[in-house]
Ligand binder design. Sequence first.
Ligand code: SF4
Length: 219
Amino acid sequence: MVVHERLCAAYGCPIAYFHNLDPLSELVSSLLSHRTRNADSGRAFKRLRERFPDWADMIAAPTDEVEALIEGVRWPELKAPRLQEILAAVRDRTGGLSLDFLGSMSVPEARAWLEEIPGVGPKTSAAVLSFSTLRMPALPVDSHHHRVAQRLGLVGPRVDVGPAHPILRAQLPEDWSAQDIYDNHEVLMIHGQKVCHFRRPACGACVLADICPSAFRVA
Ligand code: SF4
């Protein structure tokens, strides 16, 4: 908790939500963002949305066209067919193209439902529930969040991003609100971007240096 409190004091909680997308659109956005800069995935999402105001039309579109629209993201040749397959899977499982019904489930149930779709992992399922208009208390863990958590000893050095999700969520109070959980993810991610860099973290400027087992030990 001290980590959360100090980082919240440093970065100003509550952090404003950066998206206001319905959950299906957030799913598309999250898939585009994998290993891609926010500006590039945001541009690709905008181009898809303009070309396909109805996501059903994207399922039926030539995959080459989808790939060309998202050329600015990493691995567009993989993401284009995957996006179409995932949207088709949602349509086939629900008979429509909406994920709003997830809001009536518990977080574990909703995450399990999403992760049954091939290509949807724990980070994406949590992002859909947390970042979308559902605003559910699910904790996503991205690479920055994961790196900071490992250096702080919150997860072990060999625990990958996927398995880190339940471990880090279990360390937060059960009754935390969606905003609290979102803030926790955001402040750890921001700290990774601004201070606890992949190379040469700025430990001298870190508000956690006195409690961090990795302080001044990472090259
Ligand atoms: S003390 Fe250094 S390694 Fe630890 S969290 Fe801060 S910046 Fe990262």
